[in-house]
Design a protein around this ligand. Structure first.
Ligand SMILES: [Zn+2]
Length: 281
């Protein structure tokens, strides 16, 4: 490790956890707010559900929302992802026409994930966002309509992120500070401008938006995963839901616990961070 990684909110808690400083440094060397990543050409993501969604009549938000369960740091049953190998499945771009099939499959498999919803699709399908929360999944925002945060002013990008978070709150009752920048495109000035937000990126891309092939999607998810990996998939790709049984079986066979993004860490995710992976043994 050449340069010291940026510690963000963890700095404040270091005096308390001096004993695990070494572990923390190793873990957070995977948080890579580097210029190299900033400059990388972002992978294109699907936006082809936009046309389909235009046909959907805008639904009214559910009138009475149950108190949402709040995902907490640390894995299910007290799993410590600093001690046990964990990975997090994440689904972008929804909710979509595929959401119910995807949520059914996750429930059947007993797996919880993290959904990065666009504001626009949240407004179109608030019931699915409420169901994501009711089923125990974690939520984040993915811009209002998939705009590249670096192709507009930082103020505009952050206002867009706030508007998206407000739509998610209206649909689900959940306040989320988590933002997945579309195309993985962000920079330090946008992150600094979006006060109160944390950017959640990924280090495994299943390329489901490109292949639409369940076998290839599963191969990437299972074989590219490392302890602490954040795995990128899309709510909008029907073949991803089809690949889930193989993905879950394959990851479990390799000894991974499947957790939500907040559960990848042992402390709440604070604002001002850009995260590509979680804690790992
Ligand atoms: Zn996307």
């Amino acid at each position: 490790m050449g340069s010291k990684p940026r510690l963000g909110m963890w700095r404040a808690s270091l005096p308390i956890v001096v004993g695990v400083l070494g572990l923390g440094l190793v873990a957070f060397s995977f948080l890579l707010p580097s210029q190299a990543m900033d400059q990388a050409t972002p992978a294109p993501e699907v936006t082809d559900t936009v046309a389909a969604d235009l046909e959907v009549t805008k639904a009214a938000p559910p009138s009475a929302l149950p108190e949402p369960p709040q995902p907490t740091p640390g894995g299910p049953g007290g799993i410590d992802c600093g001690q046990v190998a964990c990975v997090a499945l994440t689904f972008d771009d929804g909710p979509s026409a595929n959401s119910d099939a995807l949520l059914d499959k996750l429930a059947e498999l007993g797996v919880r994930a993290t959904f990065f919803n666009t504001g626009r699709n949240t407004e179109l399908r608030p019931d699915q966002v409420a169901r994501q929360v009711a089923d125990g999944h974690a939520l984040g925002g993915h811009s209002w309509n998939h705009a590249d945060m670096r192709k507009r002013s930082a103020a505009e990008a952050c206002a867009d992120a706030d508007r998206t978070a407000a739509a998610i709150k209206a649909a689900s009752g959940v306040d989320t500070i988590l933002v997945r920048p579309p195309y993985g495109s962000w920079n330090d000035s946008v992150l600094a401008a979006c006060t109160g937000k944390a950017f959640i990126l990924w280090n495994v891309d299943t390329e489901d938006w490109s292949s639409h092939d369940p076998a290839k999607i599963a191969d990437h998810a299972i074989n590219d995963a490392k302890p602490g990996s954040i795995i990128l998939m899309h709510d909008t790709v029907a073949e991803t839901a089809q690949a889930l049984p193989e993905i879950v079986a394959g990851l479990k066979a390799k000894g991974y616990e499947l957790v939500t993004i907040p559960e990848l860490f042992n402390e709440p995710i604070g604002p001002g961070q850009a995260i590509y992976s979680g804690l790992h043994p």
